[in-house]
Design a protein around this ligand. Structure first.
Ligand SMILES: [Zn+2]
Ligand SMILES: [Zn+2]
Length: 362
C-alpha cells in the first residue's frame, strides 16, 4: 500500500505529490490517517525558505487531526486512555527530550534544546518518511503526546488547536487578564480569534482588535471582540485616542501582538498602561527589528514585555478544550478547504491573507 504526500523539494517551487511505501509501524510508533491538516502562517514562511529549521526535502504540515490506523507497542493518551485503531486524535506538534535543563528543571519544554516539530524541522528522506501532515498518513514517534478526542467534532474544526490555538494558550498561560481588564489584540488571524475567546474566558471586559482585513475583523466581532479598529480606515492617532478614551487615559492592561511586524509592536507598546503586559507571539519568522524606547516605553512604565515561543502539551490541552466547548464558532473560522493536491494553492491564498483558516482534507 502507498501513501500520497505533498513534498517541498525546493523553496518557492510548487509542492510535488509523491508516493511513499506504507508499512506497519515499528519501534513503538503510531501510524495515523490524517483527517485534516491545517495550513499555518509558518507553512508559508517555510515555503519561501524563511525558516532556518526547515530540512529539504520535507512534508509540510504541523497541524493535524487524524485516526489511529495501526499501533506498535502500547500507546496511551495524556489522560491514560489506551489508544485503539480508529480513535480520533490530535497531538503535540513538538517532540521534546524530557531530560534537558529546560524540560526538567525549568519546566519549559517549549524551549527544549532537542525539540523538533512534525512538518517543520524533519525531512522526508529517511524511513518512515511520513513526518508531516500534508499527507494521507503520518507516523508519530513514541514520545509524542496525544489527546484522544471523545467528542463529536469535525476534524477540520479542531485542527488549528495544535498550533495557532496552543501558541495563543501559551500566552494566556504565561500572563492572563484579570476580571474586568481591557485586552488589546493586534492581528485578527487565527491566533487573534483564539485570543478573543481566551480573553473572554478569563473575564476581560473590553476586547479590542486592530487589523487590516474587513472580513477578519467582522469574524472577530462574532467571536466576541467588543471593538474592532481597521488599520486602513483609522490613523495611528485615531486608534490611540479611541483606546485611551475606553481606558480613561490609562491604556490597556494586556496587549497581544499576533502580527509579526515591527510597526505593530511600536504601536502596541504605547497603548499599554503603566504596569501592563505586552505579549509578542507574532514573530514566527524573522521580520525586521523593532526600535523601542526602553526608558519611556518599558522602564518608566514598569511594563512587562514577554516573548511567547511555540507551546507545550498543556497549551494544546487548553486550546483543544476551548474549541470543543465552542464548536460552532470555530467552524466559522474555517473559510477554505482544499484537497491534498491543492496544497500549493492553499499556501498562496494563506500568504495573500485571502483566507482566515485553510485546511487540507487528504
Ligand atoms: Zn528537553
Ligand atoms: Zn503553526
Amino acid at each position: 500500500m502507498k501513501a500520497r504526500a505533498m513534498v517541498l523539494e525546493e523553496f518557492n517551487k510548487p509542492l510535488v505529490m509523491r508516493e511513499f511505501e506504507l508499512k506497519l509501524p515499528k519501534d513503538g510508533e503510531l501510524l495515523v490517517k490524517i483527517e485534516a491538516a491545517g495550513v499555518c502562517g509558518s507553512d508559508a514562511h517555510i515555503f519561501k525558505g524563511n525558516d532556518p529549521r526547515a530540512k529539504l526535502p520535507m512534508i509540510l504540515g504541523h497541524e493535524g487531526v487524524g485516526r489511529v490506523e495501526a499501533i506498535s507497542g502500547n500507546w496511551e493518551d495524556i489522560y491514560g486512555y489506551e489508544l485503539k485503531e480508529g480513535d480520533l486524535i490530535i497531538w503535540d506538534r513538538g517532540v521534546t527530550c524530557g531530560k534537558c535543563y529546560y524540560c526538567t528543571v525549568k519546566k519549559e519544554p517549549y524551549l527544549c534544546q532537542d525539540r523538533w516539530t512534525y512538518g517543520i524541522s524533519v525531512g522526508c528522506n529517511q524511513p518512515p518518511y511520513l513526518r508531516g501532515c500534508y499527507s494521507e498518513y503520518i507516523y508519530l514517534v513514541q514520545n509524542t503526546k496525544v489527546l484522544k478526542i471523545e467528542s463529536n467534532i469535525e476534524p477540520e474544526v479542531l485542527v488549528s488547536a495544535s498550533c495557532s490555538g496552543a501558541t495563543c494558550a501559551h500566552a494566556f498561560d504565561t500572563i492572563s487578564p484579570d476580571i474586568g481588564d481591557t485586552v488589546l489584540i493586534q492581528g485578527p488571524g487565527p491566533i487573534g480569534l483564539y485570543a478573543i475567546l481566551f480573553a473572554k474566558k478569563y473575564g476581560a471586559q473590553n476586547i479590542i482588535v486592530i487589523g487590516g482585513t474587513k472580513e477578519r475583523l467582522n469574524m472577530c466581532k462574532e467571536f466576541g471582540a467588543t471593538i474592532v479598529l481597521d488599520r486602513n480606515l483609522t490613523t495611528l492617532e485615531q486608534r490611540k485616542e479611541i483606546i485611551m478614551d475606553i481606558t480613561k487615559g490609562k491604556g490597556v492592561d494586556l496587549a497581544i501582538e499576533a502580527v509579526g511586524h515591527p510597526s505593530a509592536v511600536s504601536e502596541g507598546i504605547k497603548l499599554v498602561r503603566n504596569g501592563g503586559n505586552y505579549l509578542s507571539l507574532g514573530f514566527g519568522d524573522p521580520n525586521g527589528t523593532v526600535t523601542i524606547d526602553c526608558y519611556y516605553d518599558i522602564t518608566r512604565k514598569n511594563l512587562r514585555y514577554q516573548g511567547i515561543w511555540v507551546s507545550d502539551t498543556k497549551h494544546l490541552y487548553m486550546a483543544a478544550n476551548l474549541v470543543l466547548n465552542n464548536k460552532e464558532l470555530f467552524k466559522k473560522m474555517i473559510t477554505n478547504k482544499y484537497k491534498l493536491s491543492e496544497a500549493t494553492q492553499a499556501l498562496m491564498d494563506m500568504a495573500n491573507r485571502s483566507t482566515v483558516k485553510s485546511v487540507l482534507i487528504p
